[in-house]
Ligand binder design. Structure first.
Ligand code: 2HG
Ligand code: ZN
Length: 457
């Protein structure tokens, strides 16, 4: 059966589009963290929407599951195949001409965020979403997971950027394509249906994205507060005072020390860590505008109660040094082991209480664990990373996700549910909500062939 599948795919796509070599498949079977492992029957790398449709038609005829995979850096195991065909989007990298008047561009789903950034920059424009994995994350994967990143407080997440979409259903039907007009909305908005669908409703092949101006002036600060509650209150005041606020990122003392070490820098505030989420609470704050905002940012920080210390810079090297600390945390953690990653959100009013409750809860589930807490504070989005428990020991995941629900939060914020959290979906939504999602899924993919283990309790 497997040989017949490969034969039919080769017949439909050509030999160079089909990967059956076990060595070559290995890299597609494990996620970036190494926590989620699977097995691919084979992989296909279609180079056009027509080839995606052809591949899906063959797989549907064989009733074989298909897992769409972009950069494979989604962190929740959402692109890991369990005896399925991997449909890699890495050849769908075409970049359409930037429509400068509309401020939009149409790009292939497999284009990396970095490639689209460079492409748009030539026209003085940029995608509104940015994130540390820009070199690997693909536009299709970012839409499918509704990625948020570091500017979501100002511009929203990926779902807010998509003006038009082209995708292929499980049976090979091509849907979408649009004028790209923001006002082109007859009825259901397909981009919104597919944003956050995690590869379960269709394979995204192209997207038309809204672009924003590249701000020539950026000011960046690293600010230390005595505790998280002061940092949360500070974020609120900064939003009120700074109309050009572009990022408010949080690092607990452990994450700050690790990120700084990774970036080859000493701990900027040099105060010892004191347990999960305790010690110095650091904020990386950035403003971006046409004019210089350095003084404004400095003055706004200076007025904040609870501020212990701050560095404010607006030169390129200085700014890159501060961002390297924040953006180095994920790789620094990966260098220490296979983490349990819990991307969660809590309403800002409950953030400090949640983090205070976290330490004993983690300690009970995993006594020798090391925990790092960081994330996108202005939106209440925390990345709780726990090192220590074995990859398949999910007691700590269970404890943290139940705690987040007790605090009125969400078990997933910007990474998606993937395989990592599928088991907890039933706790986070009502049976009616589960039924709605299942009905939409069944309507578009009646045989359940697209990413079956993902987003399903
Ligand atoms: C970030 O904000 C990414 O840096 C990754 O979403 C978070 O590694 C993580 O848990
Ligand atoms: Zn994040």
């Amino acid at each position: 059966v497997i040989d017949q599948l490969a034969t039919d795919l080769v017949a439909a796509l050509g030999e160079d589009r089909v990967i059956t070599d076990r060595g070559a498949l290995a890299g597609l079977e494990t996620d970036w963290t190494g926590r989620f492992r699977g097995r691919a029957r084979l992989a296909v790398r279609p180079a056009s929407v027509g080839e995606v449709a052809a591949a899906l038609r063959v797989c549907a005829a064989h009733r074989v599951a298909v897992v769409p995979q972009g950069g494979n850096t989604g962190l929740v195991g959402g692109a890991v195949p369990l005896d399925a065909v991997v449909l890699s989007t890495t050849r769908l990298t075409d970049l359409g001409a930037v429509d400068e008047l509309a401020g939009e561009v149409t790009v292939g789903a497999g284009a990396t965020l970095e490639a689209v950034r460079r492409h748009a920059a030539a026209a003085g424009l940029a995608p509104a979403v940015d994130l540390a994995s820009r070199g690997s994350a693909t536009i299709g994967g970012m839409i499918a997971t509704d990625a948020g990143g570091i500017h979501a407080l100002r511009h929203g997440s990926m779902r807010h950027q998509v003006r038009g979409i082209e995708a292929v259903l499980a049976d090979g039907t091509i849907v979408g394509g649009s004028t790209g007009l923001a006002t082109d909305r007859p009825g259901l908005h397909l981009p919104s249906v597919l944003a956050g669908s995690e590869g379960t409703l269709a394979v995204i092949t192209r997207a038309r994205l809204r672009l924003i101006p590249v701000w020539p002036e950026r000011a960046t600060a690293l600010a230390a507060f005595g505790d998280l509650a002061s940092a949360v209150a500070a974020a609120r005041r900064l939003r009120d005072r700074l109309p050009d606020l572009d990022a408010v990122e949080y690092l607990d003392a452990a994450a700050l020390a690790l990120g700084a070490a990774r970036a080859g820098q000493g701990d900027p505030f040099g105060r010892p860590a004191a347990g999960v989420g305790r010690g110095v609470a650091s904020l990386l704050v950035e403003t971006a505008a046409r004019r210089s905002t350095l003084e404004e940012l400095g003055a706004a920080l200076g007025s904040l109660p609870g501020l212990l210390d701050a560095t404010v810079v607006d030169d390129g090297p200085g700014r890159r040094r501060l961002w390297a600390i924040r953006e180095g945390v994920t790789e620094a953690i990966a260098a220490l082991g296979v983490p349990h990653k819990l991307d969660v959100a809590v309403p800002p009013a409950g953030l400090a209480a949640f983090v205070a409750a976290l330490e004993p809860v983690v300690a009970r589930a995993a006594p020798d664990a090391r925990t790092f807490v960081f994330g996108h504070l202005a939106l209440g989005n925390l990345h709780v990373n726990v090192l220590g428990p074995a990859p398949d020991d999910d007691r700590v995941d269970d404890a943290v996700l139940r705690l987040i629900l007790e605090h009125g939060g969400s078990i997933a914020a910007e990474h998606g549910i993937g395989r990592a959290k599928a088991r907890w979906l039933a706790l986070a939504e009502t049976p009616a909500e589960t039924a709605v999602r299942a009905a939409i899924r069944a309507a578009l993919d009646p045989h359940g062939l697209l990413n079956p283990g993902v987003l399903a309790p």
